[in-house]
Design a protein around this ligand. Structure first.
Ligand SMILES: NC(=O)c1ccc[n+]([C@@H]2O[C@H](COP(=O)([O-])OP(=O)(O)OC[C@H]3O[C@@H](n4cnc5c(N)ncnc54)[C@H](O)[C@@H]3O)[C@@H](O)[C@H]2O)c1
Length: 362
């Protein structure tokens, strides 16, 4: 068991804001980006919360992400918009692009925003949930750094297309039903967690450079290995189509052309987003939809669990349970995350040169 440091969520938010400001972002941008990381930790997705600041620092240091970039509205219709991130930081820009999709859906019933030359946006669920919270259906996809093998092929040739679909709450009182996942068996961030803990991978997550199963977490970053798509050939096909929606549609880089500091192969990250918001009340009364959502949720929840399992969960339910727990109790950060925060704290001047681990969350 590796060492951890216990922190409250208020502490993580403060450090996220301060660190993003130390990278050179305005207070407003830093708060917007910090909220994405905060929500991630709150939902128990520790791979994409405060632990990601190190990853963003790598992108900024390498010049692949330009902290001064402005998100540009290139063209729009009443229901669609095409935007250019000019290689800015995803967690700072992407929330604004999703807000525009939601605004268009409010006015026109449907809003689609397609973004090019963008950066890693954190958890896809943050964006789809924004729409669901406003009684809309949200759908968010990004493409990602090349870490996934094509079905039956050798080497990492595509991203893992993180995506989320979220429905509004039903009349059953439960939180929105939603999926928030990547199209690889697990997110790349979960490989990083294993590396931080010094643990091997379970079989079935990754293959080595020859396409054979491996338990070595370093195989992807150093030795030409790859994550596997989930669900065999159908997962591979879905991953491909999502990368087409997110990146081919807006003209962003795809597959091995996406920049990644660990590979140092391109000047920019250059990914794309596909953000869709749908106002279902334009199709039929919202109350009727909410009744049907509640009905379907109830049916799924009343499934008898198989032996050994406590209950059947709805998509998204586990993360919403985490929110209640983590809001109250905080999180245990792996010591290596705190070491990273100390290092970038000193590097970007948030902390004095002689700071220690005890200073990171003061
Ligand atoms: N920005 C990026 O480049 C990037 C890349 C990859 C992943 N991510 C993010 O990382 C996070 C984790 O991705 P992942 O692919 O490892 O996700 P995962 O494999 O942990 O799957 C999560 C999904 O499965 C659902 N789920 C889990 N257990 C369940 C159960 N027992 N019953 C019903 N549903 C259940 C969850 O509610 C959630 O919707 C996501 O938030 C994703 O958006 C981002």
């Amino acid at each position: 068991m590796s060492e951890t440091v216990h922190v409250t969520m208020a502490q993580t938010y403060k450090v996220c804001v301060e660190t993003l400001k130390s990278f050179g972002f305005s207070e407003e941008d830093a708060k917007r980006g910090a909220e994405v990381l905060y929500e991630s930790d709150l939902r128990g997705v520790e791979s994409h919360g405060i632990a990601r600041l190190q990853f963003y620092a790598d992108f900024i240091r390498s010049g692949m992400i330009n902290k001064d970039a402005e998100l540009e509205l290139v063209s729009e219709t009443r229901s669609m918009a095409y935007m250019n991130g000019h290689d800015g930081l995803g967690i700072v820009q992407a929330p604004r692009a999703m807000d525009l999709a939601i605004e268009k859906a409010r006015n026109e019933g449907i809003g689609l925003v397609s973004v090019t030359h963008a950066g890693h946006f954190g958890i896809a669920g943050y964006y789809a949930l924004k729409a669901a919270r406003q009684d809309m259906i949200g759908f968010a996809i990004a493409n990602a750094v090349p870490i996934v093998a094509a079905y039956g092929g050798k080497g990492a040739v595509m991203g893992n297309s993180p995506f989320s679909i979220a429905f509004p709450k039903g009349d059953d009182g439960r939180e929105p039903t939603m999926i928030d996942a990547a199209c690889s068996v697990v997110a790349g961030g979960k490989i990083e967690i294993q590396i931080r803990k010094g643990e091997q991978l379970p079989l079935g997550w990754c293959v080595d450079k020859d396409g054979n199963d491996t338990t070595d977490p370093w195989s992807i970053l150093k030795d030409g290995g790859a994550l596997l798509p989930f669900g065999g050939i159908k997962g591979y096909c879905l991953n491909t189509m999502f990368e087409m929606l997110a990146a081919v549609l807006p003209g962003a880089a795809t597959g091995v052309d996406v920049g990644y500091p660990a590979l140092n192969q391109h000047p920019h990250e250059d990914i794309g987003y596909f953000f869709l918001a749908i106002d279902p009340s334009r199709l039929r009364p919202l109350a009727d939809l909410k009744k049907d959502i509640g009905y379907f949720n109830d049916k799924l929840k009343s499934t008898p669990p198989k032996e050994g399992l406590p209950e059947v969960f709805l998509p998204g339910e586990i993360e919403f349970r985490n929110v209640k727990k983590i809001e109250e109790k905080g999180v245990d950060l792996n010591i290596n995350v705190v070491k990273d925060l100390l290092r970038i704290g000193i590097e970007y001047g948030r902390l004095p040169a002689d700071a220690t681990l005890d200073d990171v969350f003061k």
